[in-house]
Design a protein around this ligand. Structure first.
Ligand code: NAD
Length: 475
């Protein structure tokens, strides 16, 4: 059955006025199963106009009621998770089990935004002069333009919808056209729950044209993006030229430091799971494995054994542990990184090849003897490849771990309290996982240091990127 993913503007699903649509492909088969409508310039103009009206209506809804509506939407996602998980897996490839977790996490984010909406408050600052009063008022910033990626197409959009709608903003979301269904599902749940129809829009189109038009529109007040560093820099520069604030959640290249005192086999088991979840297409994903030399051989042997044993296949098959990569670009990118490492002398202990079947499959891959000049140690891999790098000297290892422009996530494995503290303190990253894997839970903020981003998402601060302060000075 073919699906038509349409634009969602003012509560109505419709084609683009130029009648342009592009294929949506199932990454497990390589076959198109539907098409997604592209918005024309005039469609985007209209979307912006509608959103401005939506902003006026939605910000007038009391925060307590906005919170009730967002919670209702979260419940709708949970109540329909089996059907929606199939939507996610068909367009993105991840195993159904992981799609279910993504829906649960998306609902968590909407609920968290709902709860924080109910806690919006300003403050009164004691003034210097008698009779004077200073008020600090938070206001919704305005119409938000959100650009969201294909790897966690629902959850990464949910963070932005939760913050923007909780704060009382209208949001225009341009998801990746490769995974259109998941954001549409979430937007529909929000509309059915009672969000003002003009306060939500989902549009697809030529990424450059749509982002340029939205960023430059005077009615759009805030830009939020999750994706790669090069695109983030481009959007942030355009937003800067228009003097608009940005939230940027960008890529990472996470060092994992495994110290000699841990159980090498148990740690390898935990890290194989973290590495190959969503076929490695996770911004927090462990991607450079610094393992202390004394346990490196045992760690590597178990890691390779488990990587080789992973059942790779169509995400709709209940037996599947790792699905396809989300698109052909990623398969090409991973093949290039592995070939480059091999040409520079790396040894491939597992995988290292495309799978000989239809769909975007690349085998879980483990590399050793990777020289520092190899591209895979400098570029974000965003795929199922694990370079294992034994180390003896902590200081020089830390220099390598901190030596890139990335600063999103990092990991430390040791039970030595003093060493744990020292390593956590030394890592120049926005998030550090200690003795475990990482996911983003709404109750804590998450954001990248260095080139990995600007601002955070989640935590009690979840509404902050979508609020603007008015200082009222009463004499
Ligand atoms: P890409 O750089 O072409 O695109 C990254 C994302 O930005 C995609 O979702 C894309 O739809 C969107 N995009 C592209 N051009 C845009 C524009 N002009 N305006 C607005 N949005 C635009 O790379 P890709 O091949 O799609 O993805 C691979 C890279 O993206 C990876 O290397 C990884 O770094 C990064 N990525 C990061 C995250 C994250 O969660 N931080 C998520 C997805 C992708």
């Amino acid at each position: 059955m073919t699906s038509m993913f349409q634009l969602l503007i003012d509560g109505e699903s419709r084609e683009g006025s130029d009648r342009i649509a592009v294929d949506v492909v199932n990454p497990a088969t390589g076959e198109a199963f539907g098409s997604v409508a592209f918005a024309s310039k005039s469609d985007i103009d209209e979307t912006i106009k509608v959103a401005l009206g939506g902003l006026r209506s939605w910000q007038a809804v009391p925060p307590w009621e906005r919170g009730r509506i967002l919670k209702d939407a979260a419940q709708r996602l949970r109540a329909d998770f089996v059907r929606i998980a199939n939507v996610i897996t068909r367009e993105q490839g991840k195993p159904l089990r992981e799609a279910c977790i993504e829906i649960e996490r998306s609902a968590d984010f909407l609920e968290w935004g709902a709860e924080q909406a109910r806690r919006i408050s300003g403050r009164i600052v004691p003034a210097r002069a008698p009779g004077q009063r200073i008020e600090v008022q938070p206001h919704p910033i305005g119409v938000v333009a959100a650009f969201t990626p294909w790897n966690f197409s629902m959850a990464l959009a949910a963070k932005k919808f939760a913050g923007a709608l909780g704060a009382g903003c209208a949001i225009i979301c341009k998801p990746s056209q490769e995974t259109p269904g998941s954001v549409i599902e979430m937007a529909k749940a929000l509309l059915e729950a009672g969000v003002h129809p003009a306060a939500i829009a989902v549009v697809f189109g030529d990424a450059n044209d749509v982002s340029t038009q939205l960023i430059n529109a005077p009615q759009v007040a805030k830009i939020t993006f999750t994706g790669s560093i090069p695109i983030g820099k481009r959007l942030a520069a355009a937003a800067g030229a228009a003097m608009k604030p940005v939230t940027m959640e960008l890529g990472g290249h996470a060092p994992v430091i495994v110290c000699g005192d841990v159980d090498p086999e148990a740690t390898a088991e935990l890290l194989v799971h973290a590495k190959f979840m969503n076929a490695g297409q996770i911004c927090l994903c462990p991607s450079r494995f610094f393992v202390e030399a004394g346990i490196a051989q045992r760690f590597t042997a178990r890691f390779v054994e488990l990587a080789n044993a992973l059942r790779v296949g169509d995400g709709t098959d209940q037996q599947t542990q790792m699905g396809p990569l989300a698109n052909e670009r990623r398969v090409d990118a991973i093949a290039r990184l592995v070939d480059d490492a091999r040409a520079r002398g790396a040894t491939i202990l597992a995988g290292g090849k495309r799978l000989d079947r239809r769909g975007n499959f690349y085998s879980p891959t483990v590399l050793i003897d990777v020289p520092d000049e190899a591209a895979i140690l400098r570029e974000e891999p965003f795929g199922p490849v694990a370079p294992i790098l034994p180390f003896n000297d902590e200081k020089s290892m830390l220099e390598r771990a901190n030596g890139l422009e990335f600063g999103l996530s990092s990991y430390v494995f040791t039970h030595d309290g003093a060493r744990q503290r020292r390593l956590v303190d030394a890592l120049q990253y926005g998030v550090v996982g200690v003795n475990g894997g990482l996911t983003h839970q709404p109750e804590a903020p998450l954001g990248g240091w260095k080139e990995s981003g600007i601002d955070t998402e989640g935590g009690i601060e979840i509404l902050d990127p979508y609020q603007i302060t008015k200082h009222v000075n009463l004499q």
